[in-house]
Design a protein around this ligand. Structure first.
Ligand code: HEC
Length: 260
């Protein structure tokens, strides 16, 4: 009597499914899909090679396939394939062609109008017309170096992680945020703004932004919770000085730089 062949077709299918599961879930971190398909193709090749390695194995491998196609008592299975195949293909085609539902694009106002006045550390400040009190004081020139040294310390202890050592918004954490931290060295940010506007943005941060700037999107902290009023004005001084920019002044109105 002939030795009975193992169920080659069944084993081939099981081996293929197991290898799919291993490539998909067994490799950490997950591999890119191009590599995944390369592995799958190589495995499929190896399985087919094994299944067709001898006359007997080949005969055993194609037996269930042939039986399904020609045998009368497997008619139900044949019918199942005939029904399932177009359904599966239809689903694949549909899922590739269908458009995914996307959230609407948000239009974010980067420099929204500030509130008329804000309350920081119990003191109410009107934004419009307000100058940096340190800069406005008579002893400013005498104290400037001291303020800037303080501002520098404050910046590198608090802001640099996001806004970066070059003020370009490329700090260590910057990659993690959307919108990304403002590039303070760019002519489009603080160079366009009055110091009181910048004071508002630093003290109230992302949570203090009005709705059109989608406050929940900004990682900018509200620094009034960590810094004193004086410290905020000092860091304002420092970021202008360090980026070699002039704040916009109120006297000249919007859009103009006043002569000093
Ligand atoms: C956790 C990260 C993070 C830290 C730390 C941080 N910021 Fe920001 N900052 C942001 C992000 C993000 C934005 C942009 C979104 C926005 O305008 O709120 C921003 C915006 C700003 C703006 C507004 C610029 C503009 O053009 O409107 C200023 C000014 C600013 N930051 C200054 C500071 C200062 C000063 C400090 C330190 C006291 C600081 N930031 C610390 C993340 C940070």
């Amino acid at each position: 009597m002939k030795k009975r062949q193992p169920p080659v077709f069944f084993l081939a299918v099981v081996a293929f499914i197991v290898s799919l599961l291993i490539f998909r879930f067994g490799i950490r971190p997950p591999i890119p899909s191009s590599l995944f398909y390369t592995y799958v193709a190589a495995t499929l090749g190896a399985i087919l090679l094994w299944a067709t390695s001898s006359e007997e194995a080949l005969a055993e491998f194609v037996r269930p396939i042939k039986a399904t196609i020609v045998k009368d008592d497997l008619r139900w299975l044949r019918l199942l394939f005939i029904l399932l195949l177009p359904i599966v293909m239809g689903y694949v085609a549909y899922s590739q062609a269908s458009v995914e539902i996307q959230p609407p694009a948000e239009l974010r106002v980067i420099h929204p109008a500030p509130p008329a006045s804000i309350t920081v550390h119990g003191k109410q400040l009107a934004i419009e017309g307000l100058r940096n009190p340190l800069r406005a004081a008579k002893d400013f020139q005498a104290k400037k170096a001291e303020y800037l040294a303080e501002g520098r310390r404050i910046y590198f202890q608090n802001c640099f992680f996001c806004h970066g050592d070059k003020f370009a918004g490329e700090g260590h954490f910057a990659q993690g945020f959307n919108p990304s931290p403002a590039n303070l060295a760019d002519p489009g940010t603080i160079a366009q703004l009055q110091e009181s506007y910048v004071f508002w943005r630093i003290s109230k941060g992302g949570p203090g932004l009005p709705d059109q700037s989608t406050p929940w999107n900004s990682a900018m902290p509200a620094w009034e919770n960590m810094l004193s009023t004086d410290e905020i004005w000092k860091v304002v001084l420092y970021i202008y000085e360090a980026t070699d920019q002039q704040p916009r002044t109120w006297e000249a109105g919007h859009g103009q730089e006043a002569s000093k």
